[in-house]
Design a protein. Structure first.
Length: 109
């Protein structure tokens, strides 16, 4: 199949978009997992009546329940914000990639 230079450039651009989307997907999955762990930790802390501990590196340190809840709450909000940002980037890139794909398919046919 003989493709003009402009179409080849668009195909390369499309491949770049797909790689970026793949990277965003990996980041999104990592943030979703961390958010889930944070939400589970908050739930468990709310149930406990005794001492609470937090991990710092490979050691556990006794912590104030209220302080730990505040830290986890801030972390949860930050992770949610990052996830929202990634989802917006993903949607934008996906839309542009789809438009570019349509352009390329028109040229190829």
């Amino acid at each position: 199949m003989d493709v003009d230079k402009e179409t080849q450039e668009k195909i390369q651009e499309l491949q770049g978009f797909e790689q970026n989307l793949q990277g965003l997907l990996m980041q999104k999955q990592a943030f979703q997992m961390e958010l889930s762990e944070t939400e589970n930790a908050l739930e468990e802390i709310s149930k406990t009546k005794g001492n609470v501990f937090k991990m710092i590196g490979q050691i556990m340190i006794k912590s104030e329940k209220k302080t730990l809840e505040e830290e986890l709450d801030k972390k949860q909000k930050l992770l949610s914000l990052r996830l929202k940002s990634i989802e917006e980037q993903e949607a934008s890139l996906g839309k542009r990639a789809e438009e570019l794909k349509e352009e390329v398919m028109k040229k190829i046919k």
